[in-house]
Design a protein around this ligand. Sequence first.
Ligand SMILES: Nc1ncnc2c1ncn2[C@@H]1O[C@H](COP(=O)(O)OP(=O)(O)OP(=O)(O)O)[C@@H](O)[C@H]1O
Ligand SMILES: [Mg+2]
Length: 248
Amino acid sequence: MLRLENICMAVNGNNGESKEILRGVNIEFKSGKLYAITGPNGGGKSSIAKVVMGIYRHSSGHIYFKNKEISEMSVTERAAEGISYAFQQPPRFKGLTVSDLLKTAQPGLDNMGLRKSLRDVGLCPEDYLDRDLGPGLSGGEMKRIEIAQVLVRNAAISIFDEPEAGVDLWTIQRLIGIIISRFKGNPDATAVIITHNENVLPICDEIIVVEEGLIRDRGTPAEIWPLIREDIECKKRLECRGEMGYEI
Ligand SMILES: Nc1ncnc2c1ncn2[C@@H]1O[C@H](COP(=O)(O)OP(=O)(O)OP(=O)(O)O)[C@@H](O)[C@H]1O
Ligand SMILES: [Mg+2]
């Protein structure tokens, strides 16, 4: 359904020199599957998602969606084709309410649907529907609203960039439960979760490991989990000892 062929992408580094952050990425996402993308910080996971969405432009290679080359399409055109992306760090839109955002994502949403979409991500509709999407919302609240707007889109392929990041433990379980129940075994929907979460990785249909701008490994959880478990457990132990500043 979505195919990346030999995707390379470069950005301008601090010294003005071009830095290649994707170095020939080949991936195929098939219909009805749940994929995980994982790998070390700075490996290129979010960049792959942004290239697919059209937020970043690749310097060479091809992207095919439903057998159509989409490289020249804008973000809006790709969204209309059925690609949806929940940012790792959701953008804020001062002057727009939560309700406006959800209705833009899914114009057909009625009042009940609007309220349910917020309850699904653990937010009380009464408290949030009229809130402004400016700096008044916390990072975790923004994250949940971002996930809600991707879920209501019902896109052919939905990409969630670290849905667990910055979200409290109780809500993580709930969000993961919703994403899994919506996408696991659903022949009509494809999802890609960029994650380091040890509860999510083993239940995906396929795990793709991205490192240094390349696909390092890909395979079923049975094939890949033993290769990455040690890295993830090691990071978790370091984090528990307060030696790392981020969540796993
Ligand atoms: N717009 C940009 N300008 C300059 N460098 C960038 C830009 N976007 C990404 N990079 C660099 O590209 C590399 C890959 O970044 P990316 O955000 O894709 O990594 P990631 O795998 O998602 O990491 P993380 O796990 O921390 O979210 C990093 O070195 C990052 O600093
Ligand atoms: Mg990222």
